[in-house]
Design a protein around this ligand. Structure first.
Ligand code: DC
Length: 228
């Protein structure tokens, strides 16, 4: 039987990481892990419980009360994040969360909490994980690393179309501001900033269809699996 590998997909907000990661996981029979969902679920918990995240002790105590796990949903065909047994997969996509998540993801204790769980999920390989620091920090020895980029106007338009279905009063300016702010914060933070790993393959999907990008990535994955 073919050996299993770890595939990491990092890149800018709304560059299409999760779409590609899910397609690859489905095709290869691998587990898909959305690491951003972990930071979003922690953000939801902090907001709901009025945690003062500038206070290190308060953050440490709050993290002790957070249990995150991914459970596969047959209906959606994908794994969904649970925060203390509650399915929050849809709640965490709200713009209220998107506005705070980059700040919370820059906290050292929060990152250590998430990375410990990400490591555990990768011990058996056969995993596709997307995020910002997966190829650089979480799995620096992953067999295939992809770094996704796309023109910022294209990313804004894609995210707008997606959000508009759920919240028709959202404006394109709100989406643009949020993406710009997260791009800046994610790539300028002190710990594990977003950057391309030296050995990652850059995938610019500005003018690629979903199927074209999938076929490219799948061929890279098959190559890496074969050479194991
Ligand atoms: O992928 P996403 O947009 O759902 O991620 C939400 C935020 O979480 C993103 O703005 C930065 C943070 N994040 C991170 O710092 N490291 C990761 N591995 C994944 C996400």
């Amino acid at each position: 039987m073919a050996k299993k590998i770890i595939i990491t997909i990092d890149g800018w907000s709304s560059a299409g990481k999760s779409t590609l990661a899910k397609q690859l996981a489905r095709e290869l029979g691998y587990v898909y892990v959305d690491s951003g969902a972990m930071y979003r679920a922690v953000t939801l918990y902090f907001l709901r419980n009025h945690i003062d995240w500038t206070d290190k002790t308060e953050v440490q105590n709050a993290l002790k009360d957070i249990q995150l796990d991914f459970r596969f949903n047959e209906m959606s065909g994908s794994s969904e994040i649970h925060l203390n047994d509650e399915n929050v997969e849809y709640l965490i996509r709200d713009l209220v969360i998107a506005e705070k998540v980059s700040e919370i993801a820059s906290i050292k204790e929060v990152r250590a909490f998430a990375v410990t769980q990400q490591h555990k999920l990768g011990t058996k390989k056969g995993i596709v994980m997307d995020g910002r620091d997966i190829g650089t920090v979480v799995f620096p020895h992953a067999e295939l690393k992809i770094f996704m980029v796309a023109d910022s106007a294209v990313r804004v338009e894609r995210r707008f179309k997606e959000m508009y279905k759920k919240k028709p009063n959202v404006t394109i300016e709100e989406i643009r501001d949020n993406i710009q702010m997260r791009d800046y914060m994610d790539s300028h933070r002190e710990i594990s900033p977003l950057k391309k790993a030296d050995d990652a393959i850059e995938l610019d999907n500005t003018s690629l269809t979903e199927d074209e990008q999938f076929q490219k990535a799948l061929s890279w994955a098959k190559e890496r699996i074969k050479s194991q």
